[in-house]
Design a protein around this ligand. Structure first.
Ligand code: DX5
Ligand code: ZN
Length: 217
């Protein structure tokens, strides 16, 4: 299966968001929206007013990545504005993770469980069967433009093998420091969806980078 590319709007030019969304409509597979609360991560990003505006222009699916405490509070509103997939962090949800995944699915969205690089990948195993995708962070959540952590390749490979053993069709999304130089290794390790912020939006030709990420050499 060819990897899907989900550019992260966090690195877009917020004064030209409409142009950027239109550019992604014709070149990307998903639009990744990073929601930060200044509590789960030491940074703030944007919230529903921006997400709704993007949703009005987007024709490709919106992928919302919640880096917040109490992620379950936002499921209903995400469904209402037409988010296609919603992920949140196991570290933030703790014992509520399974019920939040169930709630996301019950609202007609794809449910994703995310972990930071310091969480053992095995902690995701109990949720195989309850999630439509797993988001492996390849930098610590909170900021765009960080350096890719190479250990992530092993983590992706380990999770992919486990999913195959279980005959589970959940996808693996990778987020943080993804670029044209590591996309081939990520696809090889088992990544299905690549999130890329800086690599896409800081490029002279973002659409060309999206196509190179999709067909890495
Ligand atoms: C980081 C976010 C990422 C970020 C990726 O906390 O979850 O989605 O925007 O940006 P790059 O690709 O620049 O690392
Ligand atoms: Zn993200």
């Amino acid at each position: 299966m060819q990897v899907k590319i989900a550019p992260s709007l966090l690195s877009a030019n917020f004064l030209r968001l409409e142009e950027d969304v239109e550019m992604l409509n014709s070149s990307a597979d998903l639009i990744h929206l990073d929601i930060m609360d200044g509590s789960f991560v030491p940074n703030l990003s944007f919230g529903f007013p921006v997400m709704e505006a993007v949703a009005r222009k987007a024709v490709i699916p919106l992928d919302a990545h919640f880096m917040v405490v109490n992620p379950g509070d936002w499921v209903k509103r995400c469904a209402e504005i037409g988010i296609a997939s919603m992920s949140f962090h196991l570290e933030a949800a703790g014992g509520n993770a399974r019920s939040i995944l169930r709630d996301i699915r019950a609202h007609g969205m794809k449910a994703g469980l995310a972990i930071n690089p310091d969480v053992p990948v095995e902690k995701l195993y109990p949720y195989i069967g309850s999630a439509d995708f797993f988001l492996i962070m390849s930098v610590f959540a909170g900021f765009g433009g960080q350096k890719f952590i190479y250990d992530s390749l092993d983590r992706i490979h380990t999770l992919k093998s486990r999913l195959q053993e279980k005959n589970d069709s959940a996808l693996i999304e990778v987020d943080g420091g993804v670029n044209v130089g590591n996309a081939a290794a990520l696809a090889e390790a088992g990544a299905d969806i690549l999130v890329a912020g800086n690599a896409v939006f800081k490029a002279a030709n973002p659409q060309e980078v999206i196509s190179q990420l999709r067909n890495p050499r």
